[in-house]
Design a protein around this ligand. Structure first.
Ligand SMILES: C=C1C[C@]23C[C@H]1CC[C@H]2[C@@]12CCC[C@@](C)(C(=O)O1)[C@H]2[C@@H]3C(=O)O
Ligand SMILES: O=C(O)CCC(=O)C(=O)O
Ligand SMILES: [Fe+2]
Length: 354
């Protein structure tokens, strides 16, 4: 029977000198400490100001579904501040964190294990803090006296502003790489802001623990800030096994999410990724989840659909897709795919009509 300590939502990672059973996964063959992959084998680093940026992004999306970006325009000072405020947030005592825990009646915002953790019978060696819109209410509860919440809220608000500018440029590039023009990119701008702060404490047995299990993001694009090793991606098609995405100083990591997969009619596959943990280092990461405005429907772009390439997915709005992900997890994308027999009927019908 699991002990109370194992089942408590805020398990004390720091007092554990061995891995409790509920946190013990099958051994990870591809933990960074045991993987000796050649250095040339990692998602590319793309300079956003490069004249070839569109082509480089296309190549990276086709080969990896992930890439690094430099010259992104987000000030280094702000990245440091966001990370130090993230560290400050996760260092708060458990009784305060409980006051800002995620709860079904308030929504997804707040402290808690990553929402996908409920699809697994083993626990993640991590804690998350999800911000949807403004973190102000939660922050006031966490720092009830004085101005303790101010530096945290300021850093998150400034990060949102900087990210809005950067992801605007990024979306134009990604859309241009699919042959889509500015007007399409602008239709998808201005969606609700979602920031996921992740904390991965040092772990007594990192080879048998999981920081965040393999998943794809339910976004158009996700921008990840990491300064310590832990992120791994699965390269589809090519070689098998996990590739560790080591931090590139000053660069941000971009992931293709499920909704860009849909919009591109499957040309750009969303990247499967996970986070592993370390014996000595406490790692933090900050994910900016970039999705469409609430009422904008995402469907395979008409310019990427043709007589020889039928639409592979039906249209969805972000909220509906998040609901499907919360219910079906890794079957969410397939659940909106258009079955082959419907496709052949549609193709046949269009042949008859034309
Ligand atoms: C807007 C989103 C996107 C969510 C759900 C909701 C809020 C939190 C996001 C994450 C963040 C951590 C990984 C993930 C897989 C998870 O468990 O929660 C993400 C999920 C998704 O991308 O599907
Ligand atoms: O911490 C990481 O490197 C991955 C985080 C992640 O995948 C997420 O927040 O969606
Ligand atoms: Fe993710």
């Amino acid at each position: 029977m699991p002990s109370l300590k194992d089942t408590h939502p805020h398990f004390d990672f720091f007092s554990a000198d061995s891995l409790p059973d509920s946190y013990t996964w099958p051994p990870l063959d591809d933990h960074p400490s045991s993987v000796h992959r050649s250095d040339g084998h990692h998602p590319p680093v793309i300079d956003l100001d490069s004249p070839d940026a569109v082509d480089l992004v296309r190549r990276a999306c086709l080969d990896w579904g992930a890439f690094h970006v430099t010259n992104h325009g987000v000030p280094t000072e702000l990245l440091h501040r966001v990370e130090s405020q993230t560290r400050r947030l996760f260092s708060l005592p458990t009784h305060l964190k409980n006051l800002a825990a995620r709860s079904p009646d308030v929504g997804v915002s707040g402290f808690g294990p990553a929402p996908i953790s409920r699809f697994f019978d083993k626990r993640f060696w991590s804690e998350g803090f999800t911000i949807i819109g403004s973190p102000f209410e939660h922050a006031l509860r966490l720092w009830p006296d004085g101005l303790g919440h101010v530096p945290f809220c300021d850093a998150m608000r400034e990060y949102e502003e900087a990210m809005e500018g950067f992801t605007g440029r990024l979306m134009r590039l990604a859309f241009a790489s699919l042959g889509l023009d500015e007007s399409v990119a602008s239709e998808f701008r201005g969606g609700p802001t979602v920031i996921q702060l992740n904390s991965y404490p040092p772990c007594p047995d990192p080879g048998r623990a999981m920081g965040l299990a393999a998943h794809t993001d339910s976004t158009l694009l996700t921008v990840l800030h990491q300064t310590a090793t832990g992120l791994q991606v699965l390269r589809r098609g090519g070689s098998t096994g996990w590739t560790t995405v080591r931090p590139v100083p000053g660069a941000l990591v971009v992931h293709i999410g499920d909704l860009l997969h849909v919009l591109s009619n499957g040309r750009y596959q969303s990247v499967v990724h996970r986070a592993v943990v370390d014996r000595a280092r406490h790692r933090y990461s900050v994910a900016y989840l970039c999705g469409p405005p609430a009422h904008v429907k995402v469907s395979p772009s008409p310019t990427l659909v043709g007589p020889d390439r039928a639409p592979a997915y039906r249209a969805v709005v972000w909220g509906e897709y998040l609901g499907l992900k919360a219910k079906l997890f890794d079957r969410a994308l397939t659940s909106i795919s258009v079955p082959c027999d419907v496709l052949s009927i549609a193709c046949f019908a269009s042949e008859v009509v034309h």
